[in-house]
Structures are given as C-alpha cells and as structure tokens.
Design a protein around this ligand. Structure first.
Ligand SMILES: [Zn+2]
Length: 295
C-alpha cells in the first residue's frame, strides 16, 4: 500500500501542472533579485535582460514575448529605460494582466525620487533619458521604497501568502539598515571626491555617497564622444586632476582606458547590475561591490 501511495505521489509530482505561485517577469537582473528576496519559493522569477547586456540597447526576442504571456506581474525599471523592447513585448504577449493600470504592471520608478527630470522632452536633442535619470538601482534610499511597493503588490496579488511576503520584507529591511550603515562608513573617504563618468549612470550614487561627477565622456547621454570632445576632456582633466573615471565593464571601458593612459587618472570599474561581476549575486552583494570598487 505504502509503495502504491509513493508511486502515486511521484507520478503526481511529475505530471503536476505549471508553477502554482506568482509568475514574476522582471526586465533587469536587480529587479528580479529583489522580487526573489520578497517572494522566495512562492514566486517564479524570469529575468529578460542579461547582467552583461547594456540595458539601453536591448532588443525584444520571441522568448521575452513568451515570458510576458505567462506573467502574473511584470516588474520594470520605467523612465523609458526599456523603451526599445518593453512596448513590443507588452503588445505582442497579449496578456491583459500586465497592461498599464492593472495590478500586474509594476513600474519600479513610481517609488523613486527621480533626479534630472527635464522640464520638456529632449530625446530629439540626443538625451536618451528625457523622463529623468533611470539608473536608480545604485540608490539605497530609493530601493527600499521599491521593495516595500513590491511587497504590497505581491501581497495583494497573492493574499494567501501576504504575511509570508511581509515577513520577508521585514528581514530585508533589517539587513538593509545594517548594510547601509556599513556602506556609509566605508564610503566616508569619498566625500568631496570629483569623478569623470562615461555615462550619466552614477548620479544617485554620487548624491547618496557624497561625491561629485564633474564631467562626462559622452557629450550627451547616449551620444558617443567625438575625438575632439575626448581631446578637450583630456586637456581639462590634466588641469583639474579628478579622482577617477567611473565606468562599468561594458560601458565606455575602452574610451575610459585611453583617457586614463593620457591623463594618469585611474579607471574605476563599477558593477553595472546584479550578476555583472563575480560575487554580485543579489542586490546587497552588488552594492557591497559598488562601494568597494570606489575605494
Ligand atoms: Zn542611461
């Protein structure tokens, strides 16, 4: 009898239908990482963009549309960072659950105090971020509000597990308070530092960790620098001696290294997203690496 029950159980497990929890589709690795922290085994998280991909230039793929079709909730960065692929995925997946205005449409930027908001849209003038700076995943003070919002969204979508999500949030928040204290201590010596950056990626980080970005290698976000622009920047850097050139492993590394050779100003490679460097498997370890990379 026991054997029969065991076989029955096994066959039930093997033929069990699709995952019964909440199907989360996250555009970027850091968003998926946060959803896993709160949802744990009650959610199945699919991440559309690889950590080594430049989030500005992602193109829609059939696998992304398939993921969108199955999603109970779509979590995304917003501020037009996903403009190149997300509208297409939403349209082609024909999934009413993830449409704007529905509980399954979760725009993380709704919880963010956005910086660099323009009074009028300037995309035509070369600024790829007319709605404001979208790179707030480096900003602890914004992340904690997003995670709280995520918790509420999951709790509303899956009320049976609401207390599970809320207790995971409590644990996340406790770890968050402890780590932010450590990061503040570790980055004390950055106060007043002046950096050059390839792209407008580090504005939130600078604001929260007390340093400044004084110039950019890109003349405008999304516009590659001309030789003349780089030459002028090199001359200025020789006179002003900034503390470093901030870049990521895929974004402007080559140009930054050339500038570094000509000026003697060091290149600081900051992880671009969760999983983009060894030892950055979740948002906390990613931020640990961000802070240590600046030392
Ligand atoms: Zn950008």
């Amino acid at each position: 009898m026991q054997k029969i029950i065991l076989i029955l159980c096994l066959s039930l497990m093997l033929t069990s239908p699709a995952f019964a929890g909440v199907n989360v589709v996250a555009t970027l690795p850091w968003i998926g990482s946060l959803a896993k922290e709160i949802g744990k085994e009650k959610v199945l998280v699919t991440i559309l963009v690889k950590p080594t991909q430049d989030p500005h230039t992602v193109e829609a793929k059939p696998s992304m549309i398939l993921a969108g079709r199955k999603a109970d909730i779509l979590m995304y960065n917003g501020l037009d960072l996903e403009i190149g692929y997300l509208p297409l995925i939403m349209e082609s997946s024909k999934n009413p659950r993830i449409m704007p205005g529905r509980p399954g449409n979760f725009d993380c930027s709704k919880f963010v105090k956005v910086i660099d908001k323009h009074a009028h849209v300037e995309r035509s003038m070369g600024d790829v971020h007319p709605l404001g700076n979208p790179h707030y995943h480096y900003s602890p003070s914004n992340i904690i509000r997003i995670v709280e919002g995520m918790t509420n969204a999951l709790a509303e979508m899956d009320p049976a597990n609401a207390s599970f999500y809320r207790s995971n949030y409590k644990m996340f928040n406790a770890k968050f308070l402890e780590r932010t204290k450590t990061w503040k201590l570790q980055s004390k010596n950055l106060t007043g530092n002046r950096y050059i950056a390839y792209h407008k990626l580090f504005e939130y980080l600078a604001a929260e960790f007390g340093f400044r970005i004084v110039a950019y290698v890109e003349p405008k976000p999304g516009i590659p620098p001309s030789a003349a622009h780089i030459e002028a920047l090199i001359e200025r850097m020789k006179a002003t001696k900034p503390d470093g050139i901030l870049t990521t492993s895929f974004y402007g590394k080559r140009e930054s290294e050339t500038i570094s050779l000509k000026t003697g100003v060091k290149v600081v490679t900051v992880p671009a997203d969760v999983g983009s460097m060894p030892g950055t498997d979740d948002w906390f370890s990613f931020m640990d690496k961000v802070v240590t990379s600046l030392q």
